[in-house]
Structure formats: structure tokens, C-alpha cells
Design a protein around this ligand. Sequence first.
Ligand SMILES: Cc1cc2nc3c(=O)[nH]c(=O)nc-3n(C[C@H](O)[C@H](O)[C@H](O)COP(=O)(O)O)c2cc1C
Length: 262
Amino acid sequence: MPPSGSRSVLKVDRRAYAGPVNPDEFSQLLSSRHAVRDFKPEPIPQTTIDAILEDARACASWSNTRPYAVAVAQGEQLRRISASYLTAFEKAAPIVHKDVPGIVRTVLTGGLPDGDFRTWKKYPPKLLERSQQLGKAMYTHIGIARRDSEARDESKRDNLRFFGAPAAMFFFVHKDLLPFSAMDAGIVLQTIMLSATAHGVGTCPLGVMATWRHPLDAEFSVPKDYKLITGLALGYANDSAINSFRAPHPPVEQIPAKSARS
Ligand SMILES: Cc1cc2nc3c(=O)[nH]c(=O)nc-3n(C[C@H](O)[C@H](O)[C@H](O)COP(=O)(O)O)c2cc1C
């Protein structure tokens, strides 16, 4: 039996194999994608970014509406965006620390997050448990103690530095086609991550970027009615401890039938 949470190795029936690619290679591509949280500064060639976005054209979409738009930032522009996010984080830090007098100050000075969606929300208990297990496993892996709030804050700031990535993408969805636009954006996000993996480019989705909107409005003319749903860091992975962390991938939850029917 494989250890709990790891992917089981299913036997592929070669006689039935009629697809365009070898299923083992496809599984290999899927399982070699993982969140990269420490990047080399080396830029990604524009031709590679273009090829990744070209692959994303192949995505299925709700009634083919393609109700999303992507902003790409690199170099100096990405540094400005990161600086703006870091300033916003310092203003909102009392919320993270549950520091009530600090929260009052944040409210009075207009430092509340201005994202289109609330990212710092209460999770349902079972899902909260999974998220907490991830945090615990990841911090243990890199040696950050539970009570070391300074180190944890620094790790949150690393998110807002795009983990040093030379490029980032920001995904916007049409507000009038939610939740389908969000679903479509997820399809595009995964396709971009897989294409990037095939090009040797590491990725990390950054939902935390959706906590604030103003850093992007300062840099892009975002079409009216489009809402920021997530960021994505892209670049070449450093050979560091955090990048050897692997999150558990439990099986897809299956809904049992009410009764067996023959
Ligand atoms: C929409 C989305 C947003 C995410 N946001 C963050 C984030 O803000 N910071 C982070 O470190 N990881 C983020 N992740 C990465 C997840 O933590 C990661 O995908 C999960 O733990 C599974 O690990 P794996 O991607 O290495 O397989 C995000 C993933 C998704 C799909």
C-alpha cells in the first residue's frame, strides 16, 4: 500500500491505450508540478512566456465565454507591485495578529485590504484542518517554530515578494459570470502551471495577492467588471529546503451513492 496521501500507482492497460500521449508521461508531468517557493532571479525568456500563454488557449471554457483576463508583470514593474503589496501587508498586519487596538488603527487609517474577494475568511472546520496540516508540515520542514511569529510574518512577506520570482501573472474573472468564471480561471491556471512545468519553469499560485487590489490598479488598466482572483509566481526553482517540501495529495473525495442500484 502506498503511504496515506501519496499517489497510488495504477496499472495502465496498454491494449486500451489510444490517446495522443503516453499516459505514464502525462502522469509524470502532473506529479512533477509542485509549488515552488524559492526562485532564482534569472528571467524567463519572452518566447517561453508566450509559448505558455499559447498553450493556455487550448482550455475548455464555460460556453466558450473565456470570462477571464491575465496581467503579466516582470522586472521593474514586478518590483513596484511587490513593494506596494509589502506596504499594504504592514498596514494590515494587526488583522493577521488579531491585535484589536492595531485593527482599530488600521481601520482609521484606511489600511483594510481592498481585494475584490475576502481571502482572510473563516474556513469550514474540515477544510480548515487540511489547511492547518499543510501550514504545520511546511513550517516544520523549513524549521520555523509555531510560536516564532516574526519568522512566520517573514514567510508571509516572502509570498508578497513572489518568492523572488522574475515573473508573475494575475488572474481576473468577470464578476457577472461567477462562479463559472472562477472555475474557468482555475482551468487556465492549472494549464499554465503544467505548460510551465513542461518548459522547466516552476510556479506557485499566490491567492494571497487577491487580498489587495490597488497594487495592480496602479500598474494595469484592468477592464471594468473584472475581479482579481489569484496571482501566480513563475521562474526557475532554487535548490533549497523549501522547494523539497511536498504537500500531501489525498485522493479526490468521492460522494457515496445513497443506495446501490443494479
Ligand atoms: C488558487 C491557489 C492559491 C494559492 N495561494 C497560495 C499562496 O498564497 N501562497 C502559497 O505559498 N501557496 C499558495 N498556493 C499553493 C498551495 O498551497 C498548494 O498548491 C497546495 O499546498 C498543494 O501543494 P502543491 O501545489 O505543491 O501540490 C495556492 C494554490 C492555489 C491553487
